[in-house]
Design a protein around this ligand. Sequence first.
Ligand code: BEZ
Length: 211
Amino acid sequence: MALRLGDTAPDFEADTTEGRIRFHDWLGDAWGVLFSHPADYTPVCTTELGETAKLKHEFDKRNTKVIAVSVDSVEDHKGWSKDIEETQQCTVNFPIIADEHRQVSQLYDMLHPGEGDASTVRSVFLIDPNKKVRMTLTYPKSAGRNFEEILRVIDSIQLTDGYKVATPVNWRDGDDVIIVPTLSDEEAKAHFPDGWKTIKPYLRVTKQPNR
Ligand code: BEZ
C-alpha cells in the first residue's frame, strides 16, 4: 500500500555514491528529502539533479538532507554525475542510491507499471526528524519537478509545526499566515497578541509569527 502522511518512512540499507548507508541512521536528527528519478543519463533528470545540487545551501538552512534514488548502479551514477556537473555547472553534493534490485523503489511505491517501463516515476518524500512522512509528491516522467516548491513546503511544515497557523495559497516564507480554525478568538489572543484581521470568522490572517 502506498505510504500515507504520518506513516513511518521505511528504513533500508543501500549502496550509494557516498558508500553504504542505513537510511534512518543517515538521516540522524535532520529532515530528509528522498526523491526518485527514472534513470541515469536522461535529460530531465540531469537538470533536476543539477538544480538540487545548487540548492544545497537552502536545504542546509532548513536542516534537511537530500538523497536521490534510481534503478541504476553506483558506477552509472558516478559516471552520470560527471555529466551533471559539466552541463549544469554544479558539484553533485548529495548521495544517489543505487536501487538496481528495486528494494527502495518498492518500499516507497515509486514504480508505476502504467507509466511505461520498470523505472521509477518522479516521487518526493519529505521525512521529519521523527522519521514520519510529512509530504509526498508524484510527477510523471515527462515533468521535471519544481525544487523551489519543495523548499516552500518545508518552510510551511516547519513553521506550522511550531505555531497554530496554516499557510495560504502560494504562500512564501515571510508572507502573512492563517490562524488555524480550531483556535477560538479567545484562545487566539494568547497566541497572537499583536492581533489579526478577520476576513470571515474562519479566515483570520496574521503576521508570520517567527519573524
Ligand atoms: C528524463 O529524465 O529526461 C526522462 C526520463 C524518462 C522519460 C522521459 C524523460
